[in-house]
Design a binder for this molecule. Structure first.
Ligand SMILES: [Zn+2]
Length: 324
């Protein structure tokens, strides 16, 4: 009996069942930007006000201006605050579905992001070097141990291939990982090459999308090693990361992944379905990896994720720059 067999994860392929998460919805645009200054604008309308009223008005404007200056000065400080404690908190945490292995991390540098014109922070060089444990079993990662305010997109299967999605990635300079099932690699080869050109990286997600725990060693080899070999030839880079279908794996899967050259088994801390983002811990945390799918709702889901990143000041980074 495998020691770390997982129960099926309803989020992977049954979009309406999200009971593993708290199901918090994003209220896009629900900001409270209106300030006192907006309320008292255009003093010309106050033709009949007394001298005393004008004095009060002036005082309010001065107070409001000071408040704006204070907010402007303090916001960057808040963004820059990344403590060692926050880094420690990202390690060894358990989601309802998955657990991470102990992965060493060293932190240096002051931050990975710069603000872009669109408002979505743009990831630059990682400030964290992640040292994945080697050995005979591939480590399992659902949150990269980093204090950088970054998340990662892992998009699975490949059934629906919408060029508008690639355009969205290109326009917003968003990196992404494709966990591609092999039958879709063949029928959509041109699209996936475009995806790579748009900033995507093709990684492994088996040939036939089985429950890997039920397979023989030889079958596991076909689903992981052979697919990696084929993608290497097809797309010019052999995968180094592997996501098991349905998030189901055991010790034999981890051993096979390691022997096939996979540096990690990639799980997730949040998932999107039908324009909704469900997070294991309700808010984005540094290093969170998301589960998405190449389905008809992908563009809507991406926009929701981008909005959430803007709200929380996160960037979307390349997973392979941190692990892989
Ligand atoms: Zn899948």
């Amino acid at each position: 009996m495998p020691t770390d067999a997982r129960t099926p994860n309803a989020l992977e392929h049954v979009p309406t069942r999200v009971e593993l998460f708290d199901g918090e919805r994003i209220d896009a645009g629900a900001t409270s930007e209106t300030s006192a200054l907006d309320v008292i604008a255009d003093p010309q309308e106050s033709a009949g006000v007394t001298r005393r009223a004008w004095t009060m008005l002036l005082a309010l404007v001065v107070i409001g201006s000071i408040a704006v200056v204070v907010v402007t000065l303090t916001v960057p400080d808040r963004k820059a605050t990344r403590t060692a404690a926050a880094g420690a908190a990202t390690r060894g945490e358990q989601s309802p579905m998955v657990g991470d292995d102990n992965i060493a991390t060293t932190t240096s540098g002051s931050g990975p992001t710069t603000a872009s014109e669109s408002g979505l922070a743009t990831a630059v060089a990682p400030s964290t070097t992640v040292k994945l444990p080697g050995g005979s079993a591939a480590p399992v990662v659902s949150r990269v141990p980093t204090t950088d305010k970054v998340i990662f997109l892992g998009i699975d299967d490949g059934m629906v291939r919408d060029p508008a999605v690639l355009e969205f990635f290109r326009t917003n300079k968003i990196p992404f990982t494709v966990f591609l099932t092999k039958n879709f690699a063949s029928v959509g080869e041109g699209f996936w090459k475009d995806a790579v050109a748009a900033g995507g990286v093709i990684e492994g997600h088996t040939a036939t999308h089985p429950d890997l725990r039920k397979l023989s060693w030889n079958q596991l080899n076909n689903e992981i090693c052979k697919v990696a070999d084929a993608y290497g030839k097809q797309f010019g880079a052999r995968p180094t990361l592997f996501r098991p279908p349905y998030g189901l794996y055991d010790d034999r899967v981890r051993a096979t992944a390691a022997s096939c050259g996979m540096k990690a088994i990639v799980m997730w801390k949040g998932a999107t379905n039908d324009g909704r983002l469900d997070l294991a811990e309700n808010v984005l945390k540094p290093g969170d990896i998301l589960l998405m799918h190449w389905r008809s709702d992908l563009l809507d889901n991406l926009k929701v994720v981008v909005e959430r990143c803007k709200e929380q000041g996160f960037a979307i980074a390349r997973l392979q720059s941190y692990i892989g």
